[in-house]
Design a protein. Structure first.
Length: 162
């Protein structure tokens, strides 16, 4: 069996995580901010991080997992460097969001909901990005791209992210 490295073995991440636990850990009502800030550090919430959060907040691991799994914002698997969200709301769906997702899947050689093997991209279909007048729309990180075609979305990936 191959042992994978602990995310807590990375000194700068461990230090940042420990600072969060020291600042918020025992405060009443701190669980969600601790989960959010921890995910910001690691990109997701690994099991060992969840265990440490439970100890610091004096909660059962099952309770911490229960809260984190309730909210869609929390992830339990690593994500790529670039998270691509393809809007599939009504306006985007009608304007061809399915074709945009297909073009991205083909270009990145992965399906929606997956992370590339090189950990560079995660492709997600989302319900709505709130940019209906720009349909079809994607977001990569905090940057929004609208009025897309299958050709333009592939050009964006090749020019700006590969």
């Amino acid at each position: 069996m191959i042992k994978t490295a602990s995310v807590l073995e990375i000194p700068e991440k461990r230090q940042a995580f420990e600072a969060i636990l020291a600042k918020y850990g025992s405060q009443r009502g701190s669980l969600i901010p601790v989960l959010q800030k921890s995910q910001d550090i690691f990109g997701y919430l690994p099991e060992e991080v969840m265990s440490s959060i439970a100890k610091a907040t004096q909660k059962k691991e099952a309770d911490v997992f229960g809260v984190a799994s309730f909210y869609a914002q929390f992830r339990f698997e690593p994500v790529g460097e670039h998270i691509i969200k393809v809007c599939h709301g009504t306006a985007c769906h009608v304007a061809g969001a399915g074709k945009i997702t297909d073009a991205l899947s083909n270009e990145l050689n992965m399906a929606a909901g997956e992370t590339s093997k090189d950990m560079k991209f995660t492709l997600l279909n989302v319900a709505c990005l709130g940019c209906c007048s720009l349909a079809p729309v994607i977001m990569i990180g905090d940057k929004t791209y609208g009025r897309l075609t299958t050709d333009s979305v592939v050009k964006i990936i090749r020019k700006e992210y590969k």
